[in-house]
Design a protein around this ligand. Sequence first.
Ligand code: WT7
Length: 627
Amino acid sequence: MTDKFYYPSDEVVTQASIKDYDSLYQRSICDREGFWAEQANELGWYQPWTQVLDDSKPPFYKWFVGAKCNIVHNAIDRHLKSATRNKLAIIWESERGAVRTFSYHALNREVCQFANVLKSMGVRKGDIVTLYMPQIPELVFAMLACAKIGAAHSVVYGGFSTEALAARIEDANSRVLVTADGGFRRGKPTDLKTIANEAMQRSPTIEVCICVRNNGMDVVMESERDFWYHDLQALPIASPKCDTEMMDSEDMLFILYTSGTTGKPKGLIHTHGGYSVYTSTTHRMAFDIKPDDRWWCAADPGWITGHSYMVYGPLINAATLVMYEGAPNYPYPNRWWQMVEKYGVNILYTSPTAIRGLMRYGDRWPSRHDLTSLRLLGSVGEPINPEAWRWFYEVIGGSRCPIIDTWWQTETGGFMICPLPITPLKPGSATKPFFGNEVGVVDDAGNEVPVGEEGKLVIKNPWPGMARTIFKDDARYAELYWGDYQSKGYYKAGDSAKIDSDGYIWVIGRMDEVLKVSGYRLGTAEIESALVSHRAVSEAAAIGLPHEVKGNGIHTYVILTTGLVGDKALESELKEHVAHELGRIATPETVHFVDSLPKTRSGKIMRRVLRARALGLPEGDLSTLEE
Ligand code: WT7
């Protein structure tokens, strides 16, 4: 914790739409429903709500009850009625330099066409369509096309592999899968269709697979099940006119899976009404969006960041989105800075791991480029270490651009703790709660811990962007997030944090068996079950240890099946196996062959003991350790 403040410049303050955080914050807390109703009135509704918040059955809160809407009505349809129609909605560039742009008008045509294709494939309101795609405009079209016709999308990150994809398809019981032949990464084609084929074999619910031709590689298409996207878009059925389905405010918009403590990923549900209000308000206020802003969220749409702040929030706010497919450092480490200069990006929103990765190459790469178009910077995914913060602030932002460090989660739908451009900053702190939210750091009984002490991060109130439940598992949702502080009605984030004497919130990290690897959330249990699915492994444990760029690296300990001996070849085979099952991001840094694992008497692996041993730290209380 540092006490040095970075104050906003006069220029930032002059430009800022909100100049007084405290008074608006007070108002938003004193009359939470009034505040959110006011924000909701910025959007278009087919029919207004009768009740802002229904809190009669906590923790199952409902927002804008009785209202009729569709997020696409606000993200596209409304813009077609004004000159915004001709504004660029998307500027997309690939690693190889291909460029595609779409105005709001063009975006609408693409979305309508694909919506009609989905309808012709029998997709109906309430169905869940799985999208497994690279970061290409068609992914955005497919998300919006689903929403438009009232189907929910379940986007599976393109870096995930067979097992992860199959499990998600199966849980969602998806009939339709949209994918692509593959993408590009570091000049090489990556393969998605082969993985999709394997996953469809493991989870046979898919009847229709629509495949985008993107990298041109040879792929296996199964007749009657698999169709090329461009073939379908060329059919008369793919008309560029399609009505937007009228939805209830609380109808499901999407399901997004995220890792938890058990091996089974949780499918979090977000809705049309509350999520529209929350993502657009947080985006507009925290990043002080101006009508002509070029906004670049350098996250993958496969994660909640991409859903809320690459696609939905920015489109509702009629921003121009910059999208980039590829590695930040390919072919050279100036790839991103070139993009900022070329497109005159005003706001760059990225992660500490990306910043650390680019910082390694030194100042000479960004210094060759004119980055003066930048007005604000943003960070998300994990606590940003002060060195990375300062580099981002000084070298990329020219000491002019406030860093909007946003704390939130898949579950929260949007920013919960973040500064405004006018907020004095402390590197590494996401600063203060967003409007409408009361944040606490508490002990097990739910009482505030003293200033400066570590405790559990809680949100003390419902908010419109909150996940409504875990798909098919209300009980788990209630228990996991709301069970610990039921009588107080607090939401438990699963993070530990501190609040300093200035009221600044410092998030320390996850308290459960969830790792943040390059900002991505992975459960140790998922990695362990991937290892155990290999015939050579009988037991496995995974832990995270500090990593210079990734934040955490994955280290694993395995007990081999009797009779087998570990060697270098098996070590690489197991790393490959995890990458194949879960995806490249889950590849372990190390595989240690061991004879036993530290366990409690009830048989639970004591990962903290493994971690302490690996770091050479005291092992702590070992009273529950089995002999
Ligand atoms: C977890 C949620 C939110 C979109 C991307 C991640 C960590 C996220 C910050 C931040 C410190 C952060 C927390 C949180 N986290 N942002 N600004 N400062 N920690 O979403 O995959 O659901 O992960 O990411 O540990 O619980 P997610």
